[in-house]
Design a protein around this ligand. Structure first.
Ligand code: ARG
Length: 460
């Protein structure tokens, strides 16, 4: 069966056929394509364009095709271009001429748009589950580290004391937003295009509402030209994917840095480490590096589809066939990365001593800001306090001492202020974290509350 039989006298040049085929990748839409066809056929019966027995033959035929494809017992024909024509042609072989009624009032343009929205819903929901699993592992690890001191960095220089729990919880917050972005995207994509035909709808009395209900969409597209040419939902999906990839990549980068001898914050257990083919001593964080590296292809797919879409006149253009490979690869890549990251978060070990040493390193003077805060509480303007604390840090570094090594008398004279013994408390990194007692800040009680809030959001 060919769509060329009527209009064309000559066959298609194989070089153009090779360029045009999409079955080599859109076969992945087979279940969605058949689901859409079932709903469409049932609707055709409802409006009197298919006999009951014809509908039954079509449904039975589609059923056997679906089973065969799922079992790998189906051979796709590239001459039939895409999944839509492959299924329709197989149906004709199995049930005869009546198969020709299935495409009544339908175009591959509204068909593929429908298949893709069904696919986005299914794969998006699966990714959301994986994101949630990763968030769960992160929250679990964060919860047990709310008292584990470490430095917070700015410019990758030690800034102020924080805790590992607070640091890990930051990633849970990012991933919760990622989860919600995918949800939003699925929700906005929850519109049925079928019934839009090739571009202007159909002259047949199709019951779109019935098909919508069958396929579980929330609403009908309200403009057929838009419906067949809209790929916003895929762009949103790829954008959400790219932002998620950024987060996974940043976490990966930290795992790579932290597992280096230079940081030594993280110990990679054997189960997630890789070896070197030459250097026998090596234990490498390849998993984290690959997640970081795979970000490139995910961004690439977003840029690629933005570029495909940007100059297209309404309505459908064949360029849009280029939307699929990047979409599938994005789904597959995120699937790998999310599972891999969850495995790493579940099993990495933290070197708490090393983390605390970095926070308490005298040379890093991570409590200099706390000292300025102390002076502010004693009535100094912050700029003056900042200068005085800075001068003390300079003095400490010159003489190789820690801020807390200075006696009260020395502090009073160096800072030029009245101070009481509690000034030493302000210099203690452990106390520094409990003083950051604002919502969203580092204090262990605040972090525990924040983690509890994230758990609630996660289960929502
Ligand atoms: N394989 C095509 C695609 O993915 C299906 C739509 C083809 N429509 C057409 N008029 N040639 O975009």
């Amino acid at each position: 069966m060919s769509i060329r039989e009527g209009r064309f006298e000559e066959g298609l040049d194989p070089r153009i056929a090779r360029l045009g085929e999409s079955i080599s990748y859109d076969h992945r839409l087979f279940a969605e394509d058949i689901e859409g066809s079932r709903a469409h056929a049932s609707m055709l019966h409802k409006i009197g364009l298919l006999e009951k027995s014809e509908l039954q033959q079509i449904l039975d035929g589609l059923e056997t095709i679906e089973q065969d494809i799922a079992k790998g017992n189906f051979s796709f024909d590239p001459d039939l271009e895409d999944i839509h024509m492959n299924v329709e042609s197989a149906l004709k072989h199995r049930i005869g001429e009546v198969a020709g009624k299935l495409h009544t009032g339908r175009s591959r343009n509204d068909q593929v748009a429908t298949d893709e929205r069904l696919y986005l819903r299914k794969s998006g929901n699966a990714l959301i589950k994986q994101i949630e699993d990763l968030i769960r592992s992160l929250l679990h690890r964060a919860e047990t580290e709310t008292e584990t001191l470490m430095p917070a960095y700015t410019h990758l220089q030690r800034g102020q004391p924080t805790t590992l729990g607070h640091h890990l919880h930051a990633y849970s917050c990012m991933l919760l937003r990622d989860r919600d972005r995918f949800r939003d995207c699925i929700q906005r994509s929850d519109v049925l295009p079928l019934g839009s035909g090739a571009c202007v709808g159909s002259g047949l009395p199709l019951d779109r509402e019935f098909v919508r209900e069958q396929l579980g969409f929330s609403s009908l597209s309200s403009n057929s030209l838009d419906a067949v040419s809209d790929r916003d939902h895929l762009l949103e999906f790829l954008s959400s994917a790219s932002i998620l990839a950024v987060h996974l990549s940043r976490l990966s980068e930290e795992l790579v840095l932290w597992s280096s001898a230079e940081f030594g914050f993280v110990i990679l257990p054997d189960s997630i480490s890789t070896g070197s083919s030459m250097m026998p001593q090596k234990k490498n964080p390849d998993g984290a590096e690959l997640i970081r590296g795979k970000t490139g292809r995910i961004f690439g797919h977003l840029i690629s589809l933005l570029t495909v879409m940007k100059g297209l006149p309404l309505a459908y253009d064949r360029d849009m066939q280029e939307d699929k490979e990047g979409l599938f690869d994005t789904v597959d890549t995120l699937n790998l990365c999310l599972d891999g990251m969850t495995a790493m978060i579940e099993s990495i070990e933290f070197d708490r001593n090393r983390l605390a040493q970095a926070a308490c390193d005298p040379a890093s003077a991570t409590t200099a800001t706390d000292l300025a805060d102390y002076l502010v509480r004693n009535g100094q303007p912050f700029r003056e306090a900042h200068r005085a604390a800075g001068a003390l840090v300079r003095e400490a570094q010159k003489s190789g001492r820690a801020l807390w090594d200075f006696s009260l008398e020395e502090l009073v004279s160096l800072l030029g202020v009245d101070a009481d013994p509690s000034i030493h408390e302000s210099l203690d990194p452990k106390r520094s974290i409990t003083r950051k007692d604002l919502p969203g800040a580092t204090a262990p009680d605040q972090v525990r509350k924040a983690i509890a809030r994230s758990r609630k959001l996660l289960e929502n």
